[in-house]
Write a protein that binds this ligand. Structure first.
Ligand SMILES: [Zn+2]
Ligand SMILES: [Zn+2]
Length: 363
């Protein structure tokens, strides 16, 4: 079969590899589509993991072989895959820190080599421990919608980390595919969302996804402080806006869906005492940033992170996506054939007016 093999930093090659063999407790799935995910892009660009691997973990396709001991699935089932499933019984799992569970950290879907998702190939093998994460796609829904369950799950998990009351006001910084999912899920929960992005097209979509306000952080200062000699145009414009819409109180929380330290510092100022700033895009290790620690200690502003998915939310996620309350079809702007995976990744790493989520595959 054809597969796009990672051979080193920025080195993806279309190769012919053997079709994986599924064991008696495993499935073989023909890949229809696979989403291009920023975490894979980083691994590929910076070569942070040893090659060779076949990446791609937002995968949907058709079951073509069912292990002899499996009863729940049949050949022909249309399914969405989930590459990480926690054991639910270890110390981390008992604390619901599923992403820190040793089993969870293993990748259970592979097209060959060290398991890495395998979605950038024609077929993948589903290992026994991730079978509980496989979801059947309803007849009315597309493979594309199935492939978006994984990223939506990561967003819902993060939303649940926030302590919110209906009617709270939040900033969602960055309206890429992930930011837009945040905007929609928070709006569905009755939150007032202030969406920011530099691209006008994304702000328009944010409004359609339920943002109450959608502003560019580079917009003009509306009410600069009189007499101020120097001020940060970006910061003062946004903070003036936040103070106005929250009647001087500040934001209840901020979600940072853009890997910018300046935005984190700004958000840390914009949230009220006792508010929360959630990091979602700061996945690069070794980066350090200056923070006023008293804002965390004295002002009780929580700084928290969220990474990866929560397997126990999978049903809720499937309901949100398949009912189209969160219509992920709007987020997918480009579909590339498998052999153009490198081009898809390149396009996904350079956000443009017309681009959001990229997928690979022909389904
Ligand atoms: Zn992903
Ligand atoms: Zn565990």
């Amino acid at each position: 079969m054809r597969a796009v093999v990672y051979r080193g930093a920025n080195d993806l090659r279309l190769e012919t590899v053997p079709v994986p063999r599924a064991g008696p407790n495993e499935l073989l799935v023909k890949v229809a589509v696979c989403g291009v995910c920023p975490t894979d892009i980083k691994k590929i660009r910076y070569g942070t993991v040893p090659p060779p691997r076949i990446f791609g973990h937002e995968t949907a396709g058709t079951v073509v072989r069912v292990g002899a001991r499996i009863r729940k699935f049949r050949v022909g089932d249309r399914v969405a895959l989930h590459h990480h499933v926690p054991c639910l019984s270890c110390h981390a799992c008992r604390h619901r820190a599923f992403a820190q569970c040793a089993q969870y950290k293993r990748t259970g879907i592979t097209a060959g080599f060290e398991p890495a998702g395998g979605g950038y190939a024609e077929f993948v093998r589903v290992l026994p421990f991730v079978l509980p994460g496989v979801v059947k796609i309803p007849a009315r829904n597309s493979f594309l919608e199935g492939a978006m369950l994984e990223p939506v799950n990561t967003v819902l998990k993060a939303v649940k980390r926030l302590s919110l009351l209906r009617g709270d006001t939040l900033l969602v910084a960055g309206q890429g595919p992930i930011g837009l999912m945040f905007t929609r899920l928070l709006a569905l929960r009755g939150m007032n969302v202030l969406a920011t992005d530099l691209l006008q097209s994304r702000l328009e979509l944010a409004t359609e996804f339920g943002a109450k306000w959608a502003v560019s952080p580079k917009s003009k200062v509306q009410s600069p402080k009189p007499g101020a000699k120097r001020f940060d145009v970006r910061c003062s414009a946004l903070s003036a806006f936040v103070l106005r819409v929250t009647r001087g109180r500040g934001l209840d929380a901020a979600v940072i869906a853009v890997p910018s330290d300046a935005v984190v510092r700004e958000a840390q100022q914009l949230v009220r005492g006792g508010g929360q700033v959630l990091l979602f895009s700061h996945t690069r290790r070794g980066d350090q940033a200056a923070l006023d620690l008293a804002s965390i200690c004295v002002d009780e502003k929580d700084l928290l992170g969220s990474y990866s998915a929560d397997f126990t939310l999978q049903r809720e996620v499937a309901r949100l996506v398949f009912s189209r309350k969160l219509d992920v079809r709007r987020l997918v702007t480009h579909q590339f054939p498998l052999e153009q995976t490198a081009a898809a990744i390149n396009k996904a790493s350079h956000p443009a007016i017309d681009s959001l989520k990229m997928v690979v595959g022909s389904g």
